[in-house]
Write a protein that binds this ligand. Structure first.
Ligand code: GLP
Length: 244
């Protein structure tokens, strides 16, 4: 794992944007895996600015999102679908046919998960996967537990995740209890991974991800087994990495 510690969130976002834009300049038709949540917002804003200034072109890029709440409709402003339209697909000019996210309201969830996995494989898998991390070490919505699932699946959210994500909803009762998420195998097959974390609340999870053993109790720790991972942190998220 390559660990990069930046002064603050703004610098983290700029460094992450430089890495992603250089990646796209090298591979203009790349397949990107994308995360939602607060952490990548600065990265997406920086990239949108670069696109506006004509510094990078995402016109040939294909994107797959990690996850979507279940059940949720695409018109719900809290859906990851709306988030992506507003913060990424729209500002970066990703054509609808190239922008993929699990359907949060499928008639048959198991079939929808199989289809999503198949679409990713048909696109050749992710060239670069952007990840955030939950305070309990989850990635996508792969929550800690006795076992993890390899492929895209319907997952139950842990009480910590429901409580952390309730800040985006009017009340905790509105937070969906389930989500459709890429599995650990889907994520680990990405050729390159960029994991971002900002703030004290992520410090423990980051310490366990990088310094602990590989364990299903911290799903992100499995990334230690991936050959090309960059972890970009601000100083607060890196607090548990200090030696001594
Ligand atoms: C959610 C998402 C994750 C994200 C995590 C952290 O649970 N499913 O993909 O990484 O929250 O979010 P935030 O960046 O808002 O802390």
């Amino acid at each position: 794992m390559k660990i990069v510690v930046l002064q603050d969130y703004s610098s983290l976002s700029k460094h992450a944007a430089a890495l992603v834009s250089e990646f796209i300049q090298r591979r203009p038709a790349a397949v990107l895996g994308l995360a939602t949540g607060s952490t990548p917002l600065g990265l997406y804003r920086e990239l949108a600015g670069m696109v506006r200034r004509g510094r990078v072109d995402f016109g040939r890029v294909t994107t797959f999102n990690l996850d979507e709440y279940y059940p949720i409709s695409r018109t719900n402003p809290q859906s990851y679908y709306c988030y992506m339209r507003r913060h990424f697909w729209g500002p970066l000019g990703i054509a609808p046919g190239r922008a993929h996210i699990p359907d949060g309201n499928p008639a048959d969830a198991a079939a929808a998960c199989r289809d999503y996995e198949l679409k990713i494989r048909r696109a050749g898998g992710m060239d670069l996967q952007v990840l955030g991390i939950g305070i309990n070490g989850h990635i996508g919505f792969n929550e800690p537990g006795p076992r993890l699932t390899a492929e895209t699946h319907l997952a139950s959210l842990s009480p910590e995740t429901i409580s952390a994500n309730s800040r985006h909803f009017e009340k905790a009762a509105d937070v969906p209890r389930s989500a459709i998420t890429m599995g650990l195998g889907t994520i680990m097959r990405a050729r390159e991974v960029l994991l971002l974390a900002s703030g004290k609340s992520k410090a423990r999870a980051i310490g366990e991800t990088i310094r602990g053993g590989l364990t299903t109790a911290v799903p992100a720790s499995l990334l230690q087994a991936h050959p090309r991972v960059t972890v970009m942190l601000d100083r607060e998220a890196a607090l548990c990495l200090r030696r001594g």
